[in-house]
Design a protein around this ligand. Sequence first.
Ligand code: HEM
Length: 239
Amino acid sequence: MSVSPLDAVLPGAAPTDYARYMRTDELLALQKEPAQWVHPDELLFQIVHQSSELWLKLTRSHLSRALAHLGAGQVSAAELLIDRASEALRLITEHLRILRSLPPAHFATIRPALGTGSGFESPGWRLLRTATTELDIAFSRLLSARRLTTVEVYQAAAWDPLYRLAEALVDLDERIALWRTEHYSIATRVIGQGVLGTRHTPIDSLPALISHRRFPTLWEARSTLTQAPADSCPQRQPQ
Ligand code: HEM
């Protein structure tokens, strides 16, 4: 029997190479079947969460690679990967929007099916928290090795590689806060204010997380520069 140039050649049982490489059979089997739904909007709810977890997996991978570059002093390579992680966070913030159309009554039907499941248990968000802590430490070590403070980083030209790296970290921090802002806004729209989450966390405790900084010294540097007299902040030469 002759083999067509369009026949699947990759290992696997799926009918096409697309399905074998992308593992679409497994991927598309990860949502509840209609017969299992307590409400048809469960599909929307599961897909928004599952796709967020995938993007967060990519974010974590990029931040781990950025960390390795930072350890090797490769500032621009780290910046590029951190930028891509921020872009992934922008995407998951955008796609939260579709949940605005989830009627509160539909979600009230779905909620018991979640058990005690809560966003606090999201593996993607947990790993993101770890990754940003690791990056913060690595950035401080890099500055110590170069005998620089964060204020001095911001006294350089805006195109200086360390300045760019610091800004990539601030962008990432901002992206986390923007996701949290959008998430809080949608959560209250769907379940209201003054209520408890599935983990018994008051929904009104979420706004406090929005101002939590993952890279505090980069924000403190801004305050220092704002408060210091202009003539006490000489320009640092780019490295
Ligand atoms: C209808 C949509 C949603 C509602 C009503 C909602 C509601 C809540 C509530 C009430 C909490 C407080 C903790 C608890 O459960 O007791 C929470 C936390 C959280 N949720 Fe959601 N959520 C929604 C969508 C999402 C989506 C799509 C994600 C994406 C992974 C997500 C991720 C999180 C995370 C990470 C937290 C921890 C708080 C933080 O780090 O800011 N949630 N959510």
